[in-house]
Design a protein. Sequence first.
Length: 325
Amino acid sequence: MPRNFFSLRRVALISIAALLVLPIYLYKITLTGSAPGPVSVSDVYIPSEVKTQVSTAAFNHGFYVVTMLSIFNGKAWPRYSSYTVEELNGRDEEYLAVLQANINRDYVKEVRLFYMDESSLQKLNSRILSNKHKIVPVKRERKLHMADFFTYSSRHLIDKPVIAMNSDIMLGDGFEYIDTERMRDEKVLYSLTRHGVNKTENGKCSTLNMCLDVPYQGSHDTHIFRLAAPLNETIIVKMLDYPINMWQAENGMLWTFRNVLKFTVRNPCRVLLTYHYHCSKVHGPAESTSNEYSIVKIPTMNWVWRNVLDSFTPIESNLSYREKV
């Protein structure tokens, strides 16, 4: 046996160990910092994770966020009558704080903001303090449906990096490192499981970290894509025309993109950080009727539980793209 065999073997083992340890080290650095705690627009705190990669912002040219202006503005929606005006106003503060934090992000170029009534838009204009020029209001006649994310993007945001998201999700770090040109060319959709909000000093708020603290349970509230061409709107409307707050709403979307539209769907939520900002007592109608308020209960659609199970998109720790065949 050659004398240098053990030396070469030792070098190889050290190299392998370095390759195994380095990603864990970088991952721990990436997740440092705390999630937002306050519920005031002016006091909102943005997580300050340590960046560990060289920016590839040239791929992106800025993201276009598509979301809904979901504020009560002193009026209870149907099935929200049990909440006080003070509680509803507290939820409004959360929505507006999230919007302010998101438009303050350097990688956000515009927010295409769906809204239904002018009074809500007036409240927004009086409360948003900075980067208001990034907001592009889009008048709608109904609350947000899952199909709306994709029909709007398919008509108005071709070849633009899009983040379609629930209105109580605050963007964190990592998005500036996505190669969105590769996402477009390889037909990739990222659908992210959310992180939680850490408990504040006064113990006011704590939401569960669905990306790190529990086994995979879905909770996909943020979807990133860059369309090379318009989607088949007939398919989108037929399969995804239901409110985004229904149970299994994201499961139907994930199943459709993977099995019908033939996208590669991934969930790198440990790299792309998003935070669920919901500390108020106000919750949607689904909370008390979860068995019925589900897409599998919609009589005009053909969703079954098998589709829900087949939609599972496990958590990943790196920015992967097209799946290898």
